[in-house]
Design a protein around this ligand. Structure first.
Ligand SMILES: Nc1nc2c(ncn2[C@@H]2O[C@H](COP(=O)(O)OP(=O)(O)OP(=O)(O)O)[C@@H](O)[C@H]2O)c(=O)[nH]1
Ligand SMILES: [Mg+2]
Length: 337
């Protein structure tokens, strides 16, 4: 299986439509020798809009149409008829598309949520018809303006699948600590519940030199009992790991603050099921964290027996098990083990 890093990457030209020209015209009617100015304004040029479509998973359609041009605005006409606006051109991109200005690499936006959109090239404004210049002393204006050109930009699109692995667990289980140790991400870590509010993704590198490959791990807020009813931060954020191939449930094995690791584990699974039962069908790893604390070893034995799982013992304090964790996750993503 291909490493799910940048599955697609390309540069496209986004060319918005130019605005229609403003019209120069005068009213001409029977018996009216000299009518007033009546040139309509030009229509706005169409924008080029990028929109996230959850049913699109690559840039393949753009590969064959790397120049995306929106319609021009129509010119203004006599009888004060304004030109029609150019039709906006909507370009569908997959979830998790990073958009950069190809000329300088500057990040313009990261399109993640389905339906999210961004005007990437603005249509030119329509020109003004000659009535705009009419004043009491200037009754026959010949002034009018042309439409403005539409923006034209080369943009770099990089599709990144949201994450290969999602870390789930109770608040304070150590999800963010783990991510910060196995990747270059710097999530906030704190000895209080719900330190993490926004999902964050870290890239984990495995292998050496030319053999290096990577995968993406998402750290999300903690889940507590009845989160599916909105308790704590709720469960909405689980959508960020819905596309992950593997999930890892992080359990605080020390049972600090009177917690029971077995109960935590069951609660987390139950809440995941309430959100989307498919989540429990993913490849799943249980991470037994905080193994440096005194109660952890004993708790782990009980945990193994009661849950019939084979948790991977780790500690972000001592570093125990973290290298193995990186490899295990890599193997799971690629179905190597
Ligand atoms: N002793 C010990 N403490 C740890 C370990 N891992 C994390 N901690 C501590 O546990 C607390 C919570 O860690 P976080 O990484 O913020 O936990 P989290 O699961 O991301 O928590 P939320 O973002 O609130 O869901 C912090 O005070 C960490 O220093 C560990 O292996 N051993
Ligand atoms: Mg956290």
């Amino acid at each position: 299986m291909k490493t799910r890093k940048f599955i697609d990457s390309m540069v496209i030209l986004a060319a918005a439509g130019s605005g229609g020209n403003g019209c120069l015209a005068f009213r001409r009617e029977k018996y009216i020798a000299k009518g007033g100015p009546d040139g309509g304004d030009g229509g706005r040029g169409g924008h080029v809009i990028l929109r996230v479509d959850p049913n699109t998973d690559s840039l393949i359609s753009l590969f064959f149409n790397p120049e995306q041009r929106a319609e021009k605005g129509q010119h203004g006409m006599g009888k004060r008829m304004h030109g029609r606006n150019g039709e906006d051109l909507v370009v569908l991109v997959p979830c998790g598309t990073e958009v950069r200005d190809a000329s300088n690499g500057q990040l313009l936006c990261d399109l993640v949520e389905p339906g999210a959109e961004m005007i990437i090239a603005k249509g030119g404004r329509g020109g003004l018809g000659n009535p705009h210049w009419q004043t009491s002393t200037h009754q026959t204006p010949y002034e009018h303006t042309d439409g403005e050109p539409g923006e034209e930009k080369k943009i770099q699109l990089d599709v990144k699948l949201l994450a290969d692995v999602g870390l789930v667990g109770f608040p304070n289980a150590g999800k963010s600590s783990i991510l910060s140790q196995i990747s270059h991400a710097h999530p906030k870590i704190g000895a209080y519940a719900f330190t993490t509010i926004n999902p964050i993704i870290g890239t984990v590198m495995v292998g050496e030199d030319f053999e290096t490959t990577s995968y993406r791990v998402a750290d999300i807020p903690g889940i507590i009992k009845n989160a599916h009813q909105g308790v704590g931060l709720g469960l909405d954020f689980l959508r960020h790991i819905e596309r992950a191939t593997c999930l890892a449930i992080v359990v605080d094995m020390s049972g600090s603050e009177g917690r029971d690791p077995v109960e935590d584990y069951r609660t987390v699974r139950h809440e995941m099921k309430m959100y989307n039962p498919d989540l429990l069908e993913r490849s799943m790893l249980v991470i037994a964290n905080k193994m440096d604390l005194p109660e952890s070893a004993e708790n782990l034995k009980v945990f193994r027996r009661k849950t019939k799982t084979k948790p991977l013992p780790v500690s972000t304090e001592t570093g125990e098990g973290l290298e193995l964790l990186k490899t295990r996750l890599h193997q799971m993503i690629h179905h190597l083990a």
